[in-house]
Design a protein around this ligand. Sequence first.
Ligand code: F6R
Length: 634
Amino acid sequence: MCGIFGYTGKKEAQPLVIQGLKQLEYRGYDSSGIAMQNGSNAIRVVKTYGKIKNLEEILNKQPLKGTTAVGHTRWATHGTPSKENAHPHLDKENQIAVVHNGIIENYFDLKKTLQEEGVRFRSETDTEVIVHLVAKYYKGNLENAVRRALRDVHGTYAIAVITSAEPGKIVAAKLDSPLVIGKGENENYVASDVSAILEYTNQVIYLENGEVVTLMRDSCEITNLAGKPISRQPVKINWDVTQAKKGGFPHYMLKEIFEQPGILTAILKERVRGYEIHFDELKIPAAALKKVKRIVIIACGTAYHAGLVGKYIFEEFTDIPVWVDTSSEFRYRDPKVGPDTLVIAISQSGETADTLAGVREAKRKKALTLTICNVLGSSLSREAKGVIYTHAGPEIAVASTKAYTAQLAVLYLLGLYLSQNFKTMKESARRELLKEFLHVPQLMRSFLDEYKRDEKNWEKNAHDFNVRYHEQLDKYYSADPDKRKRAPNGFFLYLGRNINYPNAIEGALKLKEISYIPAEGYPSGEMKHGPIALIDENPWVICIAPESKTYDKMISNIQEIKARSGYIVPIVTEGNEDIQRLNPAYVIEIPRVSEIFSPLLTVLPLQLLAYCVANEFGEDIDQPRNLAKSVTVE
Ligand code: F6R
């Protein structure tokens, strides 16, 4: 939800800010802007509707000169996406500029008071109150004015502020929205995410809640809101900057899909030593884990789907009962968790507002908390008692792929780790599972190699879908309006059972978020309880049917769909011969693997199918409409 980037140093700031914002564009892309100190007594601001490339075009014609600037890419919360509502926002003298990520909850009251004091607002945003408050309290020192203004504000924020009166200075602050400082040689950066500054420095400081930082090109001073100095050393980030680039792939999403086998190999290499599993950064002693009587997993979106797979894994590998909840539901119920509960919060970004709030609620109830997350030093990793990093590298495409399989990999290892601790499985059985798991990345790689060989066919199938889809619509709209009954069911249905049921909803989510085609994921056993009414010759029914203990049941379900003229696309284990008898539209084969590990294989065709369909429809795959990569507001 919005990206912030700021630079102060000796170089021209404009190209750095544009580059930084492009790296952050996944966080929001409905408008963007830049504010520059240029030595005059006013801040120069350029902002515009739409993506960063629009801003870049304007700036190419009229460059802004200067070496201290802040920029912003927006995902609208208060006020429509427009030039007026784009950040940065200026005070009435145009001497102070603010960029903001978060929500100011009491902005309405603050706005009213400021208006009564004579301030004229130029936008509909909540953010604008901040700049007017800073101006109101400004008496020659920007950090003092920011600290004072923030005392009036309720809500969440990561802000960066500059004033024409103090050249070379950026003041930034945070509360519940991410902000990271990049320390360079004679230059400093501030950004919403490390991926934006990695190109320039790998020495970063994660700002904590309630902290304010003053950046000059050769200094970085952190205080709390009361002005008390805080000393913190930078940490070194090991992500490789090339990981955050497309690397020859047409889209980040495709690149990230193809990174998955390598990421899993690296996770296994790091965590598995002999037959033992190690989580060096976990911070929860084995003795504390032994007291756990139940596990509750909380997460949102794709991470929630990983949590659903986690339930099957933990219940298979241990005898601990597991519940899974979306964070937004968990946090507002009165969840029955306590000292005997392990609450696991899964999140790629580590910044998802509801998941963060869920962990706080769990801590309030004295539960043991653990997060599985990707971003080092993120808010969740600092909030939860324990952390396991997925080390999947920066995930740039808004649709999550590699973070999902990395989360699954950690869940498998955690399940095996718990079974090792609780002795819930025979050691020989545990070792067999681990041995098979070590081989899974190779199977994933061979599936992806096969996709590459068969890419044209995938593209053709996506094209066929496009043609069928439009034929159905044409037929409907060309019919006499009085004879039209209802629009065709032009959608996708994803069915799976047991541990592959979560992948059914994950497959549907992938498709709808990047292609905007309606898609539903269902446990196949539920078909007869309602959704089968949707079946006619129109929907594509993706049936996840690898070898498993429920395979026969799955085949019966497919037959029931077939009997109602359904258009089926089964995902089966290689060498499957009976599926052809059901005359499917086409068959996707995955390499043979035990059912327990099969989600790591069955998810690959689901990701690729979503990708191919969205590509065929010409959609903006990496930055789908209305979405943002990290949801830092409720
Ligand atoms: C879907 C997707 C989202 C995220 C969700 C949680 O492709 O990316 O559903 O999974 O917003 O985000 P994190 O994992 O950052 O907490």
